[in-house]
Every structure is written in structure tokens, then in C-alpha cells.
Design a protein around this ligand. Structure first.
Ligand SMILES: Cc1cc2nc3c(=O)[nH]c(=O)nc-3n(C[C@H](O)[C@H](O)[C@H](O)COP(=O)(O)OP(=O)(O)OC[C@H]3O[C@@H](n4cnc5c(N)ncnc54)[C@H](O)[C@@H]3O)c2cc1C
Length: 497
């Protein structure tokens, strides 16, 4: 028999849990269904392997939205630690501080290459490509061809699995904005001279953040605490439940949702509102009557992600949080050093736990490589970089993350536009939130803000916030901040849905 809930939330990641927490605090009935049998947190979970804890990637807690920072503090008042950020780039057997230090980069690159960098930078400024269309052209205009080929090309192509000539310039301008070479060089010279660089804040470049906040046991700690709070407020979080069918009865305005449980059983729920943080491509294929935009949803692309964790004794102290691997001869894209994120991620005082990150497409050669072969490859590569002796690795594990990155190809924006129109016209009560839920390549803060606004829409009983207007920095509203006190703003700010 079907169980009825006012609001059903698909996914116990940051977006789904934030929505449910806001609804539960307002006294609303809410149930979260999560397909993972064990972990809440989604991509922001913390995996536990024999007491070794690690993230999918590494999750810095940084937001320009005070409301999100306040919410983090409310959920996890006593467990944040303040961490220094140390990251480097590995390129052709040399390490470069990141952000770059001018003299070190000069010494590593050699006078000839350094001169080439400056000359090609000057040339790009004198002769910019008119209306840059691709990532390559945009970065070349900003930094010059030589810096593009050393510090952008290989890593970007590893992450996205496509040529920089196929990635749109919009993406580059969104992700690298605020990082101009003049400022980077002045900053680099200051660093080289030991003058402390200006820390980032409002209006500062987005990339070079020197310190960040982190829950002492990883980001999963935040989402476990949030799930506990939802339960304490009378909401429900049910694990091991994959939503695989959503039928909308237009006359009754009721959703019927079918779920496959981890034990193979089926459950049926009915709901007035459904909030989905599931990937749009899968969601739309599960909706009936078949949405007219289902073709558009089917065209959305994702990039997948493998972490190979290597555990062994420390030979030398490694302070980096992570190292970008720009070297084209290695498949690994980035190496995480989990002890530097928080000492509590490691269960003893002697082990080093490194996460080698590989970017791939589900089903491709890397994705389908056996765990044993992935571990062997990771050991070879870490030996080549010189961070660990392969013979010292005494334990390892592999974690595959589906759909880690929604891909922004040339057509994605048009597909999303069509899906939004279709949902607005034919499926009211189905609310999209979060990263894959909205196909937005953004951080936790953005996912959470879309969850908060969606909860307010549900409480108001109408669309009073346009969740698509939340910026990548999780800002919303005319001034970028939310001007109206909580509770009141839901009714005061009406926006076009
Ligand atoms: C490598 C990497 C590094 C990152 N670093 C940072 C960082 O430093 N700081 C930061 O703030 N953010 C970072 N992020 C982004 C962050 O992980 C995401 O923004 C955030 O997790 C998105 O939350 P979400 O709830 O929208 O989606 P998700 O985290 O994807 O959660 C969605 C949940 O829905 C569940 N689900 C999906 N389909 C179904 C279904 N049919 N039925 C039931 N459940 C379902 C999934 O299992 C999952 O638990 C990083 C991401 C990556 C990939």
C-alpha cells in the first residue's frame, strides 16, 4: 500500500538534506529517499575504509553566502577546523607552488621557457582572438599560448575528457574569472619575496584561497549531523531506496513514486511535492506520462570519477592538501593527501593515505579497469611522481563516483531550457535542486541555497523564488544577498517561475 507524505525528497546529498531540514524546521512532513545503503552526503560524503576517511575529491567549506555559512555553523557548531591550503602542480618532474611563485616557476621552467611565456602573453594582449569561442581561445587571450599549454591544457583535458578546442569559452570565463595574469604575477613575486599575499574575500579572485574550513572528520560529518537533525524534527531519511518511477496525476495533483529498495523489495509513495536532486537525465526518463523534453534530458552528459586510495607508512612529511598532475605522461589528474585535510581522517599517527583521482566516462577503459589493475597503475604513477614508494603501499581501495561532473557542452543550456519549460507547464510540484538535479557544475553552497529556496516555495504553496537565479556563488536576490528576514521573504519576493 502506498504511503503518503507531503514532500518526498530524492537524494540525501547537500541539496536534498538542506531542503528536508528547512521543511522539517517549518513543521512540514518530509521524507528523504537515498539510494546509497550506507552514506548520506552524496558526492560530499566521507567514505570510511578500515578507519581511513576520505572525500570524493576534497571538500573545502567556503561560501560567499553568509546564510549558508550560518547554516553550516548551526548544523555542526563544534566540529569545524581551520586549515591552511597548500597545493602544488606537478609538471615534467618538477613541483610548482599553486598559486604560482614567480621566481620558483622561473627557475623550474628555465629562462628560455619563462621568456617564451612572457612573450606569448604579450602577443596575446597585442593580438587577441576576436570573440573567443573555445576554452583554448579564451585562456590563450588571457594568459598566452605557452602558459595555456603548460598550466591549463593537460589538466583541463584530463578532467573533461575532451579537447580544449571543444570546451566553450563561457565555461572558462565562469570558472577562471578574476584570475588575471598581471595580478597573479604580482602576487607570485610577493610570495617569492616572502611578502604575505592578500587573502581572498569579497571581490577577490576565487581560486587562491589560503585557508579553508573543514569538518574535522570530513564533509560527511556535516551531512550525518543534518540527517540526525531531520529525524529529531520528525522527518524521515530512508537509505537504500532508489526512486525509479514517478507518475503525475494532473487532475488530483498527486505524485506516485515507486522505489526499489536495496533488498530488492518495491515501495510505493504518494506525495504532493517531489524535490529531486537526482541527475536530470535519469529523472526525466523515470517520469510518466512521458515528458516531451525527455529527448533533451537524454542528451545531457556527465563526467565520472575514480579515487584510488593508497595507504602506506610516511617516508617524508607531505604537507600538501592536494597536487594537480599536469604531466601529460601520467593518467592521474590530482592527488589528495587526506591527513593534511584533517589529522582525524587517519586512524593512526604513522600512515599516509593518498587519493589518486582519475577522471573518466562511465563504461570507458578506465571505468571498466579492474580494481586490482587500477591499484597497480596508481602505485606505478605515485612512484613516478615520487610521493610514495610503491613497495610501501600495504593497503588500497577504489571508489567509483558516477556523474561527478555535469558537462557543459555546446547544447546543454538549450536542453535545460526545454526541460524547465516542460516541467513548468506539465509537472508542477516537481522541483529540481542541486548539482546534477539542475545540471549545474557548482559547490555545496549552491546546492544548499537551491534547497532552502525550494523549501520556501513549498511552504508558500507557490513559486516565490526562482531557484535557477541562484548564482554559482550561492547568492540570490537583487544585491546578491537575501534582503528579507527568513519567513517573511517567501511571501515578499515574488519572481517569475
Ligand atoms: C571532485 C569534486 C570535488 C568537489 N569539491 C568541493 C569543494 O571543495 N567544496 C564544495 O562545497 N563542493 C565541492 N564539490 C561539489 C559538491 O560535491 C556538490 O556540489 C554537492 O555534493 C552537490 O550536492 P547535491 O545534493 O546537489 O548532489 P549529490 O551530492 O550528487 O547528492 C545527490 C544524492 O542523490 C542520490 N540519488 C541520486 N539518484 C537517486 C535516486 N534515483 N533515488 C534515490 N537517491 C538518488 C545520490 O545517491 C546522492 O546521494 C566537489 C565535487 C567533486 C566531484
Amino acid at each position: 500500500m502506498a504511503q503518503h507524505v507531503e514532500t518526498l525528497v530524492i537524494g540525501a546529498g547537500p541539496a536534498g538534506l538542506t531542503t528536508a531540514y528547512a521543511l522539517a524546521k517549518a513543521g512540514r512532513e518530509v521524507t528523504v529517499l537515498e539510494m546509497d545503503p550506507t552514506y548520506v552526503g552524496g558526492i560530499s560524503r566521507t567514505v570510511d575504509y578500515k578507519g581511513f576517511k576520505f572525500d570524493i575529491g576534497g571538500h573545502r567549506f567556503f561560501s560567499k553566502s553568509q546564510e549558508i555559512v550560518d547554516l553550516w555553523n548551526e548544523i555542526l557548531p563544534d566540529d569545524f577546523i581551520d586549515r591552511p591550503r597548500l597545493s602544488r602542480i606537478y609538471y615534467r618532474e618538477k613541483f610548482y607552488a599553486y598559486p604560482l611563485k614567480a621566481f620558483e616557476a622561473l627557475a623550474n621552467l628555465g629562462v628560455w621557457t619563462a621568456a617564451k611565456c612572457m612573450a606569448s602573453f604579450g602577443w596575446a594582449k597585442v593580438r587577441p582572438i576576436d570573440k573567443p569561442a573555445t576554452f583554448h581561445e579564451w585562456v590563450r587571450n588571457q594568459f598566452g599560448e605557452t602558459l595555456f599549454s603548460i598550466f591549463f591544457k593537460t589538466y583541463t583535458e584530463k578532467v573533461w575528457g575532451m579537447s580544449c578546442d571543444e570546451i566553450s569559452a563561457d565555461w572558462a570565463s565562469q570558472r577562471i574569472k578574476g584570475l588575471d595574469l598581471g595580478a597573479a604575477i604580482i602576487d607570485g613575486v610577493k610570495r617569492s619575496l616572502g611578502v604575505r599575499a592578500k587573502s581572498s574575500g569579497q571581490g577577490a579572485p576565487k581560486t587562491p584561497i589560503e585557508r579553508f574550513r573543514y569538518p574535522r572528520k570530513g564533509p560527511g560529518m556535516m551531512w550525518e549531523a543534518c540527517a540526525d537533525k531531520i529525524l529529531a524534527l520528525g522527518g524521515d531519511v530512508r537509505m537504500g531506496r532508489k526512486v525509479d518511477g514517478l507518475h503525475y496525476d494532473k487532475l488530483a495533483k498527486i505524485w506516485t513514486v515507486s522505489v526499489t529498495c536495496a533488498d530488492g523489495e518495491t515501495e510505493i509513495y504518494t506525495a504532493d511535492d517531489v524535490v529531486s536532486s537526482a541527475p536530470i537525465r535519469e529523472l526525466m526518463q523515470a517520469v510518466s506520462p512521458t515528458p516531451i523534453s525527455v529527448f533533451h534530458a537524454g542528451e545531457l552528459m556527465y563526467r565520472d570519477f575514480i579515487t584510488v586510495v593508497l595507504i602506506g607508512p610516511s617516508r617524508k612529511v607531505l604537507l600538501d592538501n592536494w597536487i594537480y598532475i599536469h604531466d601529460p605522461s601520467l593518467k592521474v589528474g590530482r592527488v589528495q593527501n587526506f591527513r593534511s585535510w584533517s589529522p582525524e581522517m587517519i586512524p593512526d599517527d604513522v600512515s599516509t593515505c593518498l587519493g589518486l583521482e582519475y577522471f573518466c566516462f562511465e563504461g570507458d577503459g578506465l571505468w571498466t579497469t579492474s580494481d586490482a589493475d587500477l591499484v597497480a597503475q596508481a602505485k606505478r604513477e605515485i612512484g613516478k611522481i615520487g610521493l610514495m614508494d610503491p613497495a610501501d603501499v600495504h593497503d588500497a581501495c577504489v571508489v567509483r563516483q558516477h556523474k561527478a561532473y555535469p558537462v557543459y557542452d555546446d547544447a546543454y543550456a538549450e536542453h535545460i531550457k526545454m526541460i524547465r519549460l516542460d516541467l513548468k507547464m506539465h509537472f508542477p510540484g516537481l522541483h529540481l535542486v542541486g548539482r546534477n538535479g539542475m545540471h549545474k557544475y557548482n559547490n555545496q553552497d549552491h546546492a544548499m541555497m537551491t534547497g532552502l529556496l525550494t523549501a520556501e516555495n513549498i511552504i508558500a504553496g507557490e513559486i516565490v523564488h526562482d531557484v535557477w537565479a541562484v548564482s554559482e556563488d550561492a547568492e540570490y536576490g537583487v544585491s546578491g544577498a537575501r534582503e528579507v528576514p527568513r519567513g517573511e521573504r517567501a511571501v515578499l519576493r515574488k519572481v517569475a517561475a
